[in-house]
Design a protein around this ligand. Structure first.
Ligand SMILES: Cc1cc2nc3c(=O)[nH]c(=O)nc-3n(C[C@H](O)[C@H](O)[C@H](O)COP(=O)(O)OP(=O)(O)OC[C@H]3O[C@@H](n4cnc5c(N)ncnc54)[C@H](O)[C@@H]3O)c2cc1C
Length: 421
């Protein structure tokens, strides 16, 4: 009997982690006619919510917490998903096929999905325990940070990745004095080309943000009472005055449960293209999972994005129900800073040439990354239409001459019709 055939009305699906990935797989399973019990455990007290606005519209106060909710409570009721919010799962007992909740309650499962996400990487330097050092991963983090974003205060942001730059954009609008420290020689260095980094650096500087690159953080100096941060101390010997600090230096995947249960973990819970872990009855999806061999990129990679979380949820649901999985698409992501909508598709590392279409001065352009003549990635700024086309160009690994890509007199639609695949 196959694993799928064994799942009937008496079976139990347990999902650990009530973020977007967990919520998606729970409701999809019911849509796919899974007949058994579906239990969704989440250690936060909220309905599953969307994290992207945490550093954007929610932090700025443009939207309230209600607008973060991913699916209304009624969607879980309709799908007969049992929400167990505010409940942490502390152990997986694979031999007995049960999980243990904090407090010791055991819950039996037939299939298990790990959707445990990740946590903000902590900065381990002297003074890191001082008050007024903030991180940004969940609603509670924003609720702690937001009241501190008062006009005139000096905010030092450590890390010029998406989260750091998005917070800088919000804080400068609130009239704080914002300094961003980045250890690499340029902002967004891990994800984009120097041209894009230069564009974003210029935009932030013109808005009033001070950006210092090539700066490492060695520690924090306290105020006289020893409670709060007064200065950020750089490895290069500078002291940067601060009333508050935001650290945005990436994410650590929540893999401990999986590790203790003996699943294969390597910078994330290792999964195949159907989101299956090394135990065929346990799946892992979203930020906690690492693709052993990403279906599109053909390499080992952990992707932190909503589209990836939802795609892996769909793959897991299909696999559990014994249905074919759609092939993995080129990963994509977005970031909102000021009035700039950045949308990125594919992975640009290893590119040989970057071609810019449109004028950077107009803040509306798209950068294509080419390798061996093939378009491997694209970053679009305020070009949603071109981004849709770019998703196809990257997805179909098209080869188009650089001069044609840069020529705005030829539409991308025309290029798609004529380019080589
Ligand atoms: C500030 C910020 C901005 C972002 N902006 C963007 C963006 O613009 N575009 C984009 O595509 N992506 C963005 N992302 C990334 C995106 O939000 C994540 O990729 C996505 O939320 C991953 O979803 P997930 O369900 O895998 O994990 P999560 O959303 O982290 O959910 C996991 C949940 O599991 C819970 N959990 C963990 N362990 C246990 C346990 N043992 N028991 C019970 N519950 C547990 C966690 O507390 C959490 O609630 C952003 C992320 C952040 C933090």
């Amino acid at each position: 009997m196959t694993a799928e055939a064994a799942l009937g009305a008496a079976s139990t699906m347990a999902i650990i982690g009530a973020g977007q990935a967990g919520a998606e797989v729970a409701t999809l399973l019911r849509q796919s006619r899974f007949e058994g019990r579906i239990l969704l455990f989440g250690d936060e007290p909220y309905l599953p919510y969307q994290r992207p606005p945490l550093s954007k519209a929610y932090l700025s106060g443009e939207i309230g917490a209600d607008a973060l909710i991913y699916k209304a409570a009624v969607a879980y009721e309709k799908a007969d998903v049992e929400l167990r919010l505010g409940q942490r799962v502390s152990e997986i007992d694979r031999a007995a096929k049960r999980i243990l909740l904090d407090g010791g309650e055991p819950v039996a499962y037939d299939r298990l999905v790990l959707a445990t996400g990740g946590r903000a990487r902590q900065l381990a330097v002297p003074g890191a325990e001082l008050r007024n050092i903030f991180y940004l991963r969940n609603i509670a983090d924003v609720q702690a940070l937001q009241p501190e974003l008062l006009s005139g205060r000096r905010l030092v942001i450590i890390g010029a990745g998406y989260v750091g730059l998005e917070v800088a954009a919000v804080a400068i609008k609130r009239r704080l004095a914002v300094t961003v420290l980045e250890a690499m020689p340029r902002v967004l260095a891990r994800v984009t080309a120097p041209e894009l980094s230069a564009f974003y650096e210029r935009f932030h500087r013109e808005a009033g943000v001070e950006i210092r690159t090539g700066v490492s953080v060695a520690g924090f100096a306290p105020t006289q009472d020893g409670a709060r941060v007064s200065e950020v101390l750089s490895g290069e010997g500078d002291a940067i005055a601060a009333d508050l600090v935001l650290v945005g230096i990436g994410l650590v995947a929540n893999t401990e449960l999986a590790e203790r249960a003996g699943l294969v973990v390597d910078g994330g819970i290792v999964v195949d293209d159907q989101s299956r872990t090394s135990d065929p009855e346990i799946y892992a999806i979203g930020d906690c999972a690492i693709h052993a061999n990403h279906g599109f990129l053909r390499r080992k990679i952990r992707v932190e994005s909503v589209p990836n979380a939802l795609e892996q949820a769909r793959a897991a649901a299909a696999s559990i129900m014994g249905k074919p999985c759609a092939p993995a698409a080129a990963p994509w992501f977005w970031s909102d800073q000021y009035d700039l909508k950045l949308q990125m598709v594919g992975l640009s590392d290893g590119y040989e040439k970057v071609v810019i279409r449109g004028a950077q001065e107009s803040a509306s352009f798209i950068a294509f990354y080419l390798k061996d003549g093939t378009i491997i990635a694209a970053d679009a700024v305020n070009r949603p239409g071109d981004f849709m086309a770019a998703k196809r160009l990257v997805g179909e690994r098209m080869s188009i001459a650089a001069e044609s890509l840069a020529d705005e007199n030829i539409s991308l639609k025309t290029l798609m019709a004529t380019g080589a695949r």
